[in-house]
Design a protein around this ligand. Structure first.
Ligand SMILES: [Zn+2]
Length: 256
């Protein structure tokens, strides 16, 4: 079973829980955390989850409403962090500050029953990605913080059973609104955010292409597959292992 739950979205913070269950075990990850720990815990509780139930956190990009709460979550609750090299650099993550593991657009990441595939998006950030998810039967995706649609985005959004899609603004209201010109340009630009019309256009296209779905196993991954087994032993050994940058992307990754 594949389940997706938004803990909140907007300039005040973003976080999304994705979980997959294969009948034996559940894998559960957080996509972004722009909330402080207290907020995150409260929002997780509302969803019936404890923070200890989160196996890993993936960062889509460095903007603070997506990343501000990641370090506290990692340090206080020993949650492994996954992100692109560009995101890590922009967030100031290094071997001295925080464990993180590199992911790349187009690579399949497997965490127990959960398969994830990051895909690149045009946004004014350093190597930003968004994600598709699958439990091997159902397929879902999240698409926020993208300035425009692209062929690669549409490729990623094929065969979806669920989509979390940001509809950021009405183009005319943005133009006539009170934001300063530079901010209007940034939001409406090709590396800004999707307008409502752009989001609707994406929906109309994937409505045509994804009906009937496709096999989640033919997800179009072009490079290495990660197979991750993550434990949260809380032991000092496990903790110290994770405080190192895991280095460049490798074909197989075992964190246990
Ligand atoms: Zn952003």
């Amino acid at each position: 079973m594949l389940r997706v739950c938004s803990l909140g979205s907007g300039s005040g913070g973003n976080a999304l829980v994705v979980e997959a269950t294969d009948g034996l075990a559940t894998s559960r990850v957080l996509i972004d955390n722009g909330f402080n720990l207290r907020q995150l815990v409260r929002r997780l509780e509302r969803a019936g989850l404890a923070v200890e139930a989160i196996d890993a956190v993936f960062i889509t990009h460095e903007h603070s409403d997506h990343s501000a709460g990641v370090a506290a979550l990692a340090f206080r609750h020993n949650v492994p962090v996954f992100c692109t090299a560009g995101t890590a650099a922009a967030c100031g993550l290094d071997e001295q500050t925080l464990t993180w593991t590199r992911i790349e657009a187009g690579q399949l990441v497997e965490l127990g029953a959960l398969r994830m595939e990051p895909f690149a998006v045009p946004h004014d950030a350093s190597e930003p990605v968004q994600f598709t998810f699958s439990d091997g039967v159902r397929r879902a995706a999240v698409l926020t913080d993208a300035g425009e649609c692209s062929a690669s985005i549409l490729d990623a959004l094929v065969g979806l059973h669920a989509l979390v899609l940001e509809c950021n603004h009405d183009a005319r209201m943005l133009l006539q609104g009170a934001y300063p010109p530079f901010l209007k340009q940034r939001i409406a630009g090709a590396r800004g955010h999707l307008s409502n019309d752009q989001a609707a256009a994406i929906l109309s296209q994937i409505d045509r292409t994804s009906l009937g779905g496709r096999s989640p196993t033919s997800s179009g991954a072009t490079s290495a597959t990660y197979r991750c087994s993550i434990s949260r032993s809380g032991s000092t050994g496990a903790r110290s292992d994770r405080r190192k940058h895991e280095g460049p992307a490798r074909p197989a990754l075992h964190l246990r």
